[in-house]
Design a protein around this ligand. Structure first.
Ligand code: SF4
Length: 320
């Protein structure tokens, strides 16, 4: 077993070993950056919050400082290991008036569990290998700006639709971070923005939620309305333009030319649960709480709660 004294004299070897272990665990991309405040990204977040684009996601405003400075979340943090896990499976969305489409990210098992489990295994391995190492696992729920950290670590660039795009897997990747109390060797190279003059996602959004290049107004976003919004009714401009989406929306990613580089994931937990890429609206409306708990136990879809899914199903069935 190495000690932190050894670690201090060989950050580059340590970084190499951690990256190799992360790849061994299945992560397709790994980058390492210093745990410090992201000043530019923080200013953008503040402006986005000031414009009210976070809607009812009040926790985003509450944790704004932590989101861009991991030391506010884990005081000993010296480094951020950022990982990406490909989740693309080859099934297509089916458009049927009797069913509601599910966003691709929620077809399989809950990525919080899958990515979280892999990151926990990585942290355990680091702690076993290097005495004195400590860390914190972050997968979406913890207050960290995943996409900003991934871009900073060189995993890809943030597209005009505000998702992270990798050159190798498109935007079908889950992100996660491991905060460590270790000094490591840091990736300096960023991925250039390859959106260029393309505006396909901006033009295709059914509700016009990409209000400017690289700026999404969540209040107009189908994903936000069908997953995060807790009120009984959706804003009219969203409910009238749902385009068949019951849970989340993939339109901006489906039209993105960078997703022609999609590759099928080797993680079989991302295969659609029960083969479903959509759900019958009548089944949702008739679903009891017990059935809901059983059906969505390991799924990210439980985020919307049964009341949210029923509201979405009713909105889809509403006559034009
Ligand atoms: S659709 Fe075009 S503009 Fe939008 S994220 Fe993809 S490349 Fe960028």
């Amino acid at each position: 077993m190495s000690t932190l004294t050894d670690i201090a004299i060989s950050p580059s070897l340590l970084t190499e070993k951690i990256k190799a272990q992360a790849r061994e665990l299945g992560f397709e991309k790994v980058g390492v950056v210093r745990a410090e405040a992201l000043m530019e990204e923080h200013a953008k977040l503040e402006e986005w919050l000031r414009r009210g684009f976070h809607g009812e996601m009040r926790w985003m405003a509450r944790d704004a400082e932590q989101r861009t400075d991991p030391r506010k979340f884990f005081a000993e943090a010296r480094s951020v290991v950022v990982v990406a896990l490909n989740y693309f499976t080859p099934q297509e969305h089916a458009q049927k008036s009797s069913s509601g489409k599910i966003s691709r990210y929620a077809w399989g098992d809950d990525y919080h569990d899958v990515v979280g489990e892999k990151l926990k295994r990585l942290l355990e391995w680091i702690k076993e290998e290097f005495s004195g190492a400590e860390g914190k696992v972050c997968v979406d729920i913890q207050p960290l700006m995943d996409k900003a950290w991934a871009a900073r670590a060189g995993l890809g660039w943030i597209g005009k639709h505000t998702n992270l795009i990798t050159r190798e897997y498109g935007s079908w990747v889950f992100l996660g971070e491991l905060l460590l109390n270790l000094e490591l060797e840091y990736d300096e190279e960023r991925t250039e923005d390859h959106c260029g003059t393309c505006t396909l996602c901006v033009d295709a959004c059914p509700t016009g939620a990409i209000v400017e290049d690289y700026v999404v107004d969540s209040r107009r976003c189908i994903s936000y309305a069908t997953i995060e919004l807790r009120s009984d009714a959706m804003p009219e401009e969203v409910s009238g333009n749902l385009d068949g989406w019951l849970y989340g929306c993939d339109v901006c990613q489906d039209v993105c030319p960078w997703n022609r580089f999609e590759q099928v994931t080797s993680e079989n937990r991302f295969e659609p649960r029960a083969g479903d890429t959509s759900l019958r609206l009548s089944d949702i409306l008739e679903m009891t709480h017990e059935e809901y708990v059983e059906r969505f136990r390991l799924s990210a879809m439980k985020r919307a709660k049964l009341s949210g899914l029923k509201r979405n199903a009713r909105a889809l069935l509403k006559p034009e």
